[in-house]
Design a protein around this ligand. Structure first.
Ligand SMILES: Cc1cc2nc3c(=O)[nH]c(=O)nc-3n(C[C@H](O)[C@H](O)[C@H](O)COP(=O)(O)O)c2cc1C
Length: 308
């Protein structure tokens, strides 16, 4: 599953949903993609009430489902549900810095300062499933506690297959530059580098530091072809309009128009970012609630034919 020098699509809550992954797949059929993070509590609870109502992942190829939580038993249950739903691997979130996750629930980034709990969760999840398990973490809790190597050692000892490392601390959130350390021989687990990676030059730099892969997050926004481009599967497309229409179509199919259209506005903003007259265009789009009208405006702006 983990091939050397691979490009990974990062988990992005509120963004890397099924329609977004589907549009990425049209350009990169093989690259490993993460889901958005999923709460083990809500997953297990919802599954109890309505097991049929769940996303399946079998049709998505190389897909890692990311879970977060602080209860080892529930994390194991969630991992089993996702394995049964066709996930290719399970990822444990050990880096989310938002207070609701890290400080109030003891999950996400909190596991970087509670290695005992981290170990308990990793062991329970690895034992619960037959598919590979990975972790995604940061350099440490803050500048005074840059102890990612200790967590990687625990992960390696517990049978985790690989890990992703974001080159910032929890305290940094998303500010300052992501600085990835060199991977030395004492690190016993394959590591994927993450943070501010946007170009093939960035990918080469990360590889030269000893990482087995590069994980791309925000750089994919408005550029669903980027993973395909960086992995050599596709060229940058010359016509963007049809791609946006297709992405919209996937959203409409999955969510229905009432939910999809407001959700799609942020994608329109990313797709149009930096284009002339994009501010006026976005103001207009933000008032549209009808799918046909939205498609018409997209076609007008990008100069393509509507497929209505
Ligand atoms: C809007 C947003 C949502 C994110 N959601 C998640 C998430 O669900 N799970 C996770 O592990 N990281 C999440 N992250 C962190 C990213 O996966 C990634 O580590 C971070 O953005 C740095 O990579 P980049 O510079 O390539 O974006 C999120 C980041 C952003 C900006």
């Amino acid at each position: 599953m983990l091939l050397n020098n691979q490009i990974f699509g990062a988990p992005l809550a509120g963004i890397t949903d099924k329609p977004f992954r589907r549009i990425i797949r049209t350009f990169a059929s093989e690259v490993p993609l993460y889901t958005e993070m999923i709460s083990c509590h809500s997953l297990v609870e919802a599954h109890k009430n309505c097991p049929r109502n769940f996303d399946r992942y079998d049709d998505e190829g190389n897909i890692g489902t990311q879970i977060f939580g602080a209860d080892a038993g529930l994390m194991a249950d969630a991992a089993r549900i996702l394995q049964d739903s066709g996930a290719a691997w399970i990822d444990i979130n050990m880096g989310c810095p938002v207070p609701k996750v890290a400080t109030r629930s003891g999950a996400g980034a909190n596991l970087m300062r509670d290695h005992h709990l981290a170990e308990k969760i990793i062991k329970a999840v690895v034992k619960a499933v037959q598919i590979p398990v990975s972790i995604k973490t940061r350099l440490g809790w803050d500048e005074a506690h840059v102890d990612w190597k200790d967590l990687m050692q625990i992960a390696a000892d517990c049978g985790v297959s690989f890990a992703a490392l974001h080159g910032r601390t929890r305290a940094q959130l998303y500010t300052g530059a992501s600085i990835l350390p060199k991977i030395t021989d004492d690190v016993k687990i394959p590591i994927i580098g993450n943070g501010d990676i946007m170009t093939s030059e960035d990918v080469r730099r990360v590889k030269s530091l000893g990482y087995v892969g590069a994980m791309i997050g925000r750089a994919m926004l408005g550029r669903p072809w980027l993973l395909g481009e960086l992995s050599g599967d596709t060229q940058v497309p010359t016509e963007i309009g049809p791609i946006i229409l297709r992405h919209l179509e996937y959203m409409l199919e999955y969510y229905g128009s009432k939910t999809a259209i407001p959700m799609f506005r942020k994608h329109v903003a990313w797709y149009s970012s930096g284009m002339s007259n994009s501010t006026n265009f976005r103001v207009k789009v933000n008032q549209i609630s009808d799918a046909k009208e939205l498609k018409k405006e997209i076609c007008k702006f990008w100069g393509c034919e509507a497929v209505i």
